[in-house]
Design a protein around this ligand. Structure first.
Ligand code: NAP
Length: 253
């Protein structure tokens, strides 16, 4: 790659929340960014913010759990922006319930978006990374990987992503590709808002209660996670691979 060529980053689930903050951050660092979400129109806001700041971005509608859609999306990104060599597997959903009430379909949905989605996206992008002799993959895990009541599906998927990350690091390292995982704690997004609703608390009270349990005494913001992802996806992080970084305002027990 010439020094003037722009690296292309793909961020899934980037219409809002952590994904949007990450897409904006990577664009500010000079990446051309493919903003992927289920609904292409919903990506408009993120794309416009990037373009307004002088960056380059396109909106791509894609269900990351659908193989044909993933292959078409990655082909379109390669065609319109160039070879995707930075991938952030961020798309996520919750289908929380206690084990005895959880349906098999809620189990499958969570596995499909988080695990199958990360698998399909990584597989589709890795051939471009191998050809380029460079790649950066970041998978969004969670503090819930350590176990969380009401999230047996989500915890299993997020723990699974850590094993997935370490194996990618071992398989792909010789091609100049690193794989790392960022595991957020409590971050203020639509996802945590939905959790507050599920447990019957106002979002402000929910955040305040969470903050008392966090060593830095505040809840996280999407930019806190985008910062960690920016480190792992940077050209300078080539010797850091197979790691899981908890970004949670303190250590987790
Ligand atoms: P969010 O606000 O709910 O955003 C997730 C985005 O992913 C949504 O725009 C959603 O689209 C999209 N998405 C869902 N299914 C998809 C699919 N099959 N294909 C493409 N896009 C899809 O969530 P967030 O809080 O920013 O979380 C981002 C990631 O961080 C997730 O992996 C989450 O598990 C992880 N995380 C979050 C927290 C937290 O405290 N917020 C903590 C730990 C880990 P729709 O709106 O159309 O569904």
């Amino acid at each position: 790659m010439s020094t003037t060529e722009q690296r292309v980053a793909v961020v899934t689930g980037a219409a809002r929340g952590i994904g949007a903050a990450t897409a904006i951050r990577l664009a500010a660092e000079g990446r051309a960014v493919a903003v992927i979400d289920l609904d292409e129109a919903a990506c408009k806001d993120t794309v416009q913010q990037i373009q307004a700041a002088g960056g380059k971005a396109i909106a791509v509608g894609c269900d990351v759990s659908d193989e044909a859609q993933v292959e078409a999306a990655v082909a379109r990104i390669a065609d319109e922006l160039g070879a995707p060599t930075v991938l952030v597997n961020n798309a996520g959903v919750l289908r929380d319930n206690l084990l005895f009430k959880m349906s098999a379909s809620d189990w499958d949905t969570v596995m499909n978006v988080h695990l199958r989605g990360a698998f399909l996206m990584s597989k589709a992008c890795q051939k471009h990374m191998v050809d380029a002799g460079f790649g950066r993959i970041v998978n969004l895990s969670s503090s819930s990987a350590l176990g969380n009541r009401g999230q047996v599906n989500y915890s299993a998927a997020k723990a699974g992503l850590q094993g997935f990350t370490k194996t990618l690091a071992k398989e792909l390292g010789k091609f100049g590709i690193t794989a790392n995982s960022v595991a957020p704690g409590f971050i203020v997004t639509e996802m945590t808002k939905a959790t507050a609703e599920r447990v019957g608390m106002g979002f402000e009270d929910f955040q305040a209660a969470a903050a008392t349990q966090i060593p830095v005494q505040r809840v996280g913001r999407p930019d806190d996670i985008a910062n960690a992802i920016a480190f792992f996806t940077g050209d300078a992080a080539g010797f850091v691979s197979g790691q899981v970084m908890y970004v949670a305002g303190g250590p987790l027990n």
